[in-house]
Design a protein around this ligand. Structure first.
Ligand SMILES: NC(=O)c1ccc[n+]([C@@H]2O[C@H](COP(=O)([O-])OP(=O)(O)OC[C@H]3O[C@@H](n4cnc5c(N)ncnc54)[C@H](O)[C@@H]3O)[C@@H](O)[C@H]2O)c1
Length: 262
């Protein structure tokens, strides 16, 4: 089968785990040159040899790290075709009043400023090229606020506006900007020691499998299971394809039918 992204220069933030790692895997299979940026490169190294991958250690909170990544990409390839803004922080809170100024600053720094700074860094190059694609990973919480994630929900919501602003201003330069909003995707967010599965096991007092099934029923996922990272990646691949040339400023849910509104 013809590989769809041969020679494309793709930057993915948060490429070292979950959705970012799955996207890196699939984009490599399609022949893209992927610059996978993350604080932690351990998992990315396991993909080396799978295609044209450059694991790049960086922190989206650090402007000089972002500059370093962009300068490396430009000096090596001279252009940037696709940016996937994906690295984000998820921290459960007890409620709105539980979120301190420090909490707000730390979520803003990664989940909003990180996306803004990455976009601001690639847009001048894409504008000169008269071509470029930005995809921003938001969340169903952008539309259906999660009361245990007040700061996360508010900042994910702002990503919809960020993408819309970019799509409106930079459309004339051949740049498209869209949002993909996943929900309930089984990634290390669930599996890590302090992750959701541990909390669910304690809550329901059952084992891992049953705890997950009860959770799926409780949150009422229409498809009846959690999603897989590859199911998000399939949409990303479509949105960077020529078939999506008329799609910009949009937000797509990949949520197993969990959001109850139209
Ligand atoms: N998994 C879900 O159910 C779900 C649901 C809705 C939205 N999302 C969104 O999808 C995206 C990916 O989530 P995931 O589930 O794959 O998470 P994950 O925790 O598996 O992966 C996130 C990656 O981002 C990296 N990262 C975190 N902070 C960083 C920083 N400051 N600089 C550089 N890298 C950093 C982490 O090291 C990690 O590799 C996030 O934007 C998240 O909000 C996920």
């Amino acid at each position: 089968m013809k590989r769809r992204l041969v020679g494309k220069i793709v930057i993915i933030t948060g490429a070292g785990s979950g959705i970012g790692l799955a996207a890196t895997t699939e984009f490599l299979k399609e022949g893209a040159y992927v610059i996978g940026g993350d604080i932690n490169l351990e998992q990315l190294y396991t993909l080396q040899g799978e295609g044209y991958l450059l694991p790049y250690q960086f922190d989206v909170r650090n402007l000089s790290d972002i500059d370093g990544l962009i300068n490396t990409v430009i000096s090596k390839f001279g252009r940037i075709d696709i940016l996937i803004n994906n690295a984000a922080l998820v921290k459960p809170r007890k409620g709105f009043l539980d979120v301190t100024d420090d909490d707000w600053y730390s979520t803003i720094e990664i989940n909003l400023l990180g996306y803004i700074r990455m976009a601001r860094s690639v847009l001048p190059y894409m504008s000169n090229q008269k071509k470029g694609i930005l995809l921003h990973i938001a969340s169903e919480a952008a539309l259906m606020p999660n009361l245990n994630l007040p700061d996360y929900s508010i900042l994910k919501s702002s990503i919809l506006t960020l993408s819309k602003v970019i799509s409106r201003e930079f459309g004339k330069y051949g740049i498209r900007s869209n949002v993909v909003s996943p929900a309930f995707i089984h990634t290390p967010i669930y599996d890590k020691p302090e992750g959701l599965i541990t909390q669910l096991k304690q809550k329901y007092k059952v084992g891992c499998e049953e705890a997950l099934q009860r959770y799926v029923e409780e949150v009422d996922i229409a498809v009846g299971r959690l999603g897989r990272p590859e199911e998000v990646t399939a949409l990303l691949l479509f949105l960077v394809s020529e078939s999506a040339a008329f799609i910009t400023g949009a937000n797509y849910l990949v949520d197993g039918g969990v959001t109850p509104f139209i």
